[in-house]
Design a protein around this ligand. Structure first.
Ligand SMILES: Nc1ncnc2c1ncn2[C@@H]1O[C@H](COP(=O)(O)OP(=O)(O)OP(=O)(O)O)[C@@H](O)[C@H]1O
Length: 258
């Protein structure tokens, strides 16, 4: 497969976010002076304790949350607003699916907005409905689906729009353990087939290690930062019972116990 002309590398320099008034004397930063490079095509995990600012950083990359300082660039273009190159998969699929549309209509929604012809829409939705394992459920409505199936629809819809960068905010956090495990495996397969840049937020060390090529550890807030980055070179699919997995798990866990 040929490499895309744009690599969709994300460069973050001295990035800050504060919700305080700029004129306030004692500015309270959620994240402060974050430096990070995420290469195009990489599976990057942001791992950190609850409330440290993972979603804030992800939403800044999405262009939903403004910067209070520093730079955030995709392919050297400063991010100041949402763009078609980036799409977010949220924890709660319910809030992002249209209940009055079928699975197929939900997946095709963005394509319809882009005025893509019906036959092509069908070809694209067929591909991604198949990729997330929802063949045979095309004509169902969200209320007829389980939580895991709704999350698959959300993922298929995002993939159908073909963003280069997939931003995932604890997308499997509300699923039961078995469904979560299945979705994790499928996400890795999808990522390996589509070559997208994935930034995945979680506070679960095992999930981070099952998925990520690189794992950025965020410190406890306020003024949270990425304090360490682990390269995870274990081959996919990863075996949680392997000594290498266990060793990396312990290293990262030790980091949070310090
Ligand atoms: N719009 C907002 N106004 C003020 N403070 C906010 C706003 N959004 C988030 N915060 C604060 O920013 C901090 C970081 O929140 P964020 O949701 O980014 O953390 P998180 O690491 O994703 O947490 P979790 O894992 O629990 O989802 C929290 O203290 C939160 O209260």
């Amino acid at each position: 497969m040929s490499l895309p002309a744009k690599q969709h590398t994300i460069h973050i320099e001295q990035l800050r976010k504060s919700y305080s008034e700029p004129t306030a004397g004692d500015v309270h930063y959620i994240i402060k002076d974050v430096d990070l490079v995420i290469k195009g095509g990489q599976f990057f995990v942001l791992l950190g304790p609850s409330g440290c600012g993972k979603s804030t950083l992800l939403n800044m990359i999405a262009g939903f949350v403004s910067k209070s300082g520093g730079h955030l660039r995709v392919d050297n273009v400063e991010v100041n607003k949402p763009g078609r190159d980036r799409a977010v998969v949220f924890q709660q699929a319910d809030s992002s699916l249209f209940p009055w549309l079928t699975v197929r209509q939900n997946v095709e929604f963005g394509l319809r907005m882009k005025k893509i012809a019906k036959a092509e829409r069908h070809t694209i939705s067929d591909r991604f409905i198949g990729l997330v394992g929802l063949n045979g459920h095309e004509e169902k409505f969200p209320k007829e689906l389980s939580g895991g199936m709704k999350q698959r629809v959300q993922l298929a819809r995002v993939l159908a729009n073909d963003p280069a960068i997939l931003l995932m905010d604890e997308p499997f956090g509300a699923l039961d353990a078995m469904t979560r495990r299945t979705m994790q495996k499928e996400l890795v397969n999808i990522w390996r087939q589509t070559h997208k840049t994935v930034i995945f937020v979680t506070h679960d060390i095992q999930e981070a290690l099952l998925l990520g090529e690189r794992i950025g550890i965020m410190s406890v807030g306020p003024s949270s930062n990425i304090t360490d980055i682990y390269d995870n070179t274990l081959p996919y699919p990863r075996d949680v019972t392997s000594p290498e997995f266990y060793s990396l798990y312990n290293q990262i866990q030790g980091h949070f116990e310090e």
